[in-house]
Design a protein around this ligand. Structure first.
Ligand code: ADP
Ligand code: MG
Length: 462
């Protein structure tokens, strides 16, 4: 079918109107980031929502609640963490520091979680099914911006029936709701202290959250980085004080990367928080449970069943792909060999991951081959191999720097998981999935960071 010149012009005009409406919505609603030099721009976002299978969305949502509970139990099990992270602890200073913070822990504190369960719509022999990339128990970001992108799609498509089938997203409200519920349940007087990195390009979501916490719930907040807290924070009768205010909750929006700890003062802040009555979101044990090594161990049924029933284990295992230590002998598609050799022979089927969070750390394809070639026996302990999740590409249009760009894409959906446990033994006061981050990216991109420019914010329609 040929397209007339007039029709072509009309389509282009419609696209540029849509692009402009989207960009202005984004700027007006805080779907923005800092750029170098201090200005702001809109975050990359989709102009067309992703058509999802409702069974994928529902299972991803339900899995989130199960994973919240699993990781809570794992985090409480100090023996399990010590046993399975023992080698990593001696090979990796970052992990060693987290164990040192854990040693300071004041016993019997409640646990509050603002997690995100990142899953991809994997194509499997029985259809599309969620396969988990990872659970984020630390500084889960972009809840505010992704909820606003959902609202943007509802607005852009207000005259189109698809608007009614968008998957509701109230992630931003949910995260603040959980902070407030936790704050009330904990009952400590004082502030919610936002721990943020210096020069945070993504400060706007945090600001919206702080304002909402204050305005809707009357909860006082403060903001600093780890180093400053380490220098200025002090314990008075077990209560952490920062600039003469008691801290009720320490809410980490940094602390996952080594550069957030420029010196020992930043690690001292971790120790102060652990030793105090302040509830740490997350605490050091949770961050240890969140390592790739523990993710790998939990993919083994006998270890998983230490924490969940066989029925729940079935369901969780169905959401996992293969994991291996580099030297581990594994059976994969009928071949039996050390995992490192299998990955070298099948570079597009495996991902090499260090014990790092925050994106941009993994090795894919040729880079993985090069890295695997240079890793020494001792360094090998600091990496894991994960089977690559395979999904079918789809068409989308992203808006980057105000320009619409058509693309062939993959995507990744993470429901936010909100949970509060008053103590180790008891049932949660709440444990729920609310709102999601949908990150779509060009198929040529391996990583999924929005702020790193790899992916763009999206909304799901069923
Ligand atoms: P980080 O802790 O740095 O966020 P992740 O494990 O989440 O590391 O990996 C970063 C990104 O790399 C993911 O968001 C995803 O886009 C991609 N990725 C990671 N693991 C896989 C995998 N097994 N298959 C396909 N893509 C993956
Ligand atoms: Mg991740």
């Amino acid at each position: 079918m040929s397209i007339t010149a007039e029709r072509h012009i009309q389509l282009l005009e419609n696209a540029s109107n849509l692009a402009r409406e989207a960009a202005e919505f984004a700027l007006a609603h805080g779907i923005i980031r800092y750029v170098d030099g201090g200005g702001v721009t809109h975050l990359p976002l989709s102009l067309v929502p992703w058509k999802a299978e409702s069974s994928f969305v529902e299972e991803t949502r339900e899995l989130t609640v199960l994973y919240n509970d699993l990781y809570h139990r794992v985090a409480q099990d100090t023996d399990f963490l010590s046993r399975h992270l023992g080698t990593a602890r001696s090979a990796d200073e970052f992990i060693a520091h987290l164990f040192q913070a854990l040693e300071q822990e004041r016993p019997g504190k409640p646990a509050l979680y603002l997690n995100r369960n990142d899953c991809m719509p994997a194509s499997t022999p029985t259809g599309v099914w969620p396969k988990q990339v990872e659970m984020n128990l630390m500084a889960s970001a972009l809840g505010e911006a992704s909820a606003k992108v959902y609202e943007m799609h509802r607005y852009l498509y207000r005259h189109n029936p698809l608007a009614a089938n968008l998957v509701d997203n109230s992630a931003g409200e949910g995260l603040t709701w959980a902070l407030n519920e936790g704050y009330r349940a904990i009952g400590n007087p004082g502030v919610v202290l936002y721990l943020v990195p210096d020069g945070e390009p993504n400060a706007f979501g945090q600001r919206i959250s702080e304002v909402r916490l204050h305005r809707l719930y009357g909860v006082p907040t403060a903001r600093t980085n780890l180093e400053t807290l380490g220098r200025e924070g002090e314990l008075r009768d077990g209560v952490l004080y920062f600039r003469d205010e008691p801290v009720a909750i320490a809410y980490f929006r940094s602390g996952y990367a080594p550069h957030h700890y420029p010196n020992e003062y930043a690690w001292k802040a971790r120790q102060l928080i652990e030793a105090s009555t302040a509830v740490s979101v997350p605490n050091a044990r949770t961050q240890l449970a969140n390592t790739k090594m523990i993710q790998l161990k939990l993919a083994r049924r006998e270890l998983l069943e230490q924490f969940v029933s066989p029925e729940v284990a079935d369901r969780l295992l169905k959401s996992m792909v293969g994991f291996a230590n580099l030297g581990q002998e594994i059976e994969w598609h009928g071949q039996k060999a050390p995992a490192r050799e299998l990955a070298l022979a099948n570079p597009d089927a495996w991902v090499l991951k260090p014990h790092r969070e925050g994106g941009g750390n993994n090795y894919f394809g040729d880079q993985m081959v090069a890295k695997l070639g240079s890793i020494t026996e001792r360094e090998a302990e600091a990496f894991i191999l994960m089977e690559k999740i395979v999904q079918d590409p789809f068409r989308s249009v992203r808006l980057v720097n105000h320009e619409p760009v058509p693309c062939e894409c993959f995507t990744e959906m993470g429901f936010f998981g909100l949970a509060y446990y008053p103590d180790v033994e008891r049932e949660p006061v709440f444990n729920q999935a609310r709102g999601y981050l949908l990150r779509t990216k060009d198929t040529s991109m391996d990583e999924g960071l929005v702020l790193g420019g790899f992916s763009f914010l999206d909304a799901a329609v069923v």
